[in-house]
Design a protein around this ligand. Structure first.
Ligand SMILES: NC(=O)c1ccc[n+]([C@@H]2O[C@H](COP(=O)([O-])OP(=O)(O)OC[C@H]3O[C@@H](n4cnc5c(N)ncnc54)[C@H](OP(=O)(O)O)[C@@H]3O)[C@@H](O)[C@H]2O)c1
Length: 228
């Protein structure tokens, strides 16, 4: 049995990851915001004989991250998944940018994954665990001008995680950056290619295979390495 901590666990890919880990009897700390609609998560937690504990944590709030960490102080964590993310503001092209929205996108998509990883690093070290951050193909290189806040926030998190991978390599803690594919969620939309369950199953396979030799890689859901 492994122990997983997943952010943004009440819907979308996060909820599917909770189900995938709990389904194979891993223990899951499912992190949500106080304001999150958690009906589906609560129903799953109540229906599963396996172990799911819901933890309140807005990843953009350092005080809440600190509170969650204190609550879980004694828990070794094998798999920490930075899944929570936002698509960014309505106006996010280079010539029409909502700067407050850009800042918020950096806070949630770029800074929060590093903050969460550092806060729970003692737990991950205690389990000789691993750290996974969901990024996006839109964080890869290119000249597209649409969804710019989202694109740069994912490029930034890729770079932060690659730095973290370098620093944690001597400690034997692998760090992986993954693009979950185009997934049918509120963010991905109905026209997307993969269901949340398909994406989560692929991610779990990648997470299981992850070792220190592949730390710092940016992989697609199918295991293909992505350039950025
Ligand atoms: N869907 C795709 O096609 C796709 C493609 C590439 C990458 N991704 C990445 O995959 C991850 C999951 O995406 P998704 O499609 O499942 O998105 P989603 O359905 O929109 O779900 C986003 C999740 O993040 C949570 N969240 C947002 N801000 C938060 C905060 N400040 N603190 C804590 N939780 C917060 C949301 O909670 P609330 O319910 O409280 O808002 C929700 O649980 C994201 O990082 C996204 O960038 C998705």
């Amino acid at each position: 049995m492994a122990v997983a901590l997943i952010t943004g666990a009440n819907r979308g890919i996060g909820l599917a990851l909770v189900k995938a880990f709990a389904g194979r009897r891993d223990k899951v700390f499912a992190c949500v915001r106080a304001s999150s609609d958690r009906e589906a998560l609560d129903a799953f937690a109540a229906s599963t004989p396996h172990w799911v504990q819901v933890i309140e944590m807005d990843v953009s709030d350092p005080a809440q991250i600190g509170r969650a960490r204190r609550k879980l102080e004694a828990e070794p964590i094998d798999v920490l998944v930075n899944n929570a993310g936002i698509g960014g503001p309505d106006r996010q092209s280079a010539t029409d940018m909502d700067f407050e929205g850009l800042e918020e996108t950096f806070r949630v998509n770029s800074m929060a994954p590093l903050r969460v990883a550092l806060a729970f690093l003692p737990n991950v070290k205690a389990a000789k665990g691993r750290i996974i951050t969901l990024s996006s193909q839109m964080g890869a290189t290119g000249a597209s001008a649409d969804n710019l806040a989202y694109r740069v926030s994912k490029q930034a998190v890729n770079r932060l995680m690659r730095g973290l991978a370098t620093e944690l390599k001597p400690h034997g803690i692998p760090v992986l950056i993954v693009n979950p594919g185009w997934v049918k969620t509120e963010m991905g939309g109905e026209g997307a290619q993969l269901t949340t369950d398909e994406s989560a199953a692929n991610l779990v396979k990648l997470i299981d295979k992850l070792d220190i030799g592949s730390t710092g890689q940016f992989l697609a859901w199918n295991g293909k390495e992505l350039a950025w």
